[in-house]
Design a protein around this ligand. Structure first.
Ligand SMILES: [Zn+2]
Length: 119
């Protein structure tokens, strides 16, 4: 049976986390607090700052999209091909496909089998 690879869940998590962090940083750099902290013109409203903010925003958006793409391409339910598994860093419990109700088979289950399949 085909299993889902944990490394893809981690890849998607890192991409989404990093993309989210970059968008947060983009907002922080444009905030009033940042302007208040750095009142010198070289830090705010400079061309370099707008380049940095643009890179953060677009980099963040692209990383979020790539993370979502990895998740939708690589963490699809192998039974029905419709549900998508949640991107978790490591195994701690079974997760069930919202479409067909079967547990997602990841490649890092402890002792190689799903809880739901043990007696
Ligand atoms: Zn399914």
């Amino acid at each position: 049976m085909k299993t889902l690879k944990r490394k893809y869940a981690r890849t998607a998590l890192i991409m989404i986390g990093l993309g989210f962090a970059m968008i947060v940083l983009y907002c922080v750099l444009g905030s009033e607090l940042f302007r208040w902290l750095f009142t010198e013109d070289i830090y705010r409203d400079s061309p370099a700052m707008s380049v940095v903010r643009g890179a953060l925003l677009w980099g963040g958006v692209i990383l979020l999209l790539l993370g979502a793409l990895v998740r939708y391409k690589k963490l699809r339910c192998p039974y029905c091909r419709k549900g998508v598994a949640p991107a978790k860093w490591s195994y701690f419990d079974d997760f069930y496909c919202p479409r067909c109700g079967r547990a997602f088979p990841f490649d890092d289950e402890p002792d190689g089998s799903l809880k739901s399949e043990k007696k």
